[in-house]
Design a protein around this ligand. Sequence first.
Ligand SMILES: O=C(O)CCC(=O)C(=O)O
Ligand SMILES: [Fe+2]
Length: 220
Amino acid sequence: MFQFAFGDGDDASSSELWPPVCRDEVVDYMRRAEPVIKKLIEVLLKKINVKEMKEKESCLMGSPRVSLNYYPKCPNPELAAGVGRHSDISTITILLQDDTGGLYVQATQGEEEEGCDSNSWIPIPPVEGALVVNVGDVLQIMSNDVYKSVEHRAFPSKTRNRVSVPIFVNPDPDAVIGVLPEVLEGGEKAVYKSVLYSDYFMHFFSKGHDGKSTLDFAKI
Ligand SMILES: O=C(O)CCC(=O)C(=O)O
Ligand SMILES: [Fe+2]
């Protein structure tokens, strides 16, 4: 898998690092994605009683990053690393995948009761024209577990190369992320403390992909 990332499509110095073969397209994609990202976050926050988003923008979407993931075909996918089980450390992730397939999400409790076992992986087949939207750890923390980040993993295909293009809608590295006061208005207890996003980020990258354990870093 190869990965290139930068913080912001408008940031000339970081976009210079991108291969010229796709730089313009990526910058354009980021620019077009922005209003969609804003709308999605607005809708998700409205459901948890957060009406004013403006002053929370750096916490919610201050540093969006895009990656181009390339999974060369592999005769033994089960022996390949792919992307190991993890949840994203974003607010949300918007994922564009080609028509190869290879993304799996971990079943939630409700889905397990519907007949899957407790360790079952649900394939997310590509749907033409559709984007996959994943809740990330930051939204889980800010919503005090009302929204749950989704554990997922990805495998290469036996017969076809695969490309996926996630946009990680991340907070600004200097943002302090914690439970939003709006979700504690009914007297609920905060499950998470406030942490500097760059510390959360560094913690995630200091270890291997290991399911949803990054969240423990912010747990009270
Ligand atoms: O390639 C995919 O479908 C998922 C990639 C992924 O989970 C990631 O880059 O965080
Ligand atoms: Fe991911």
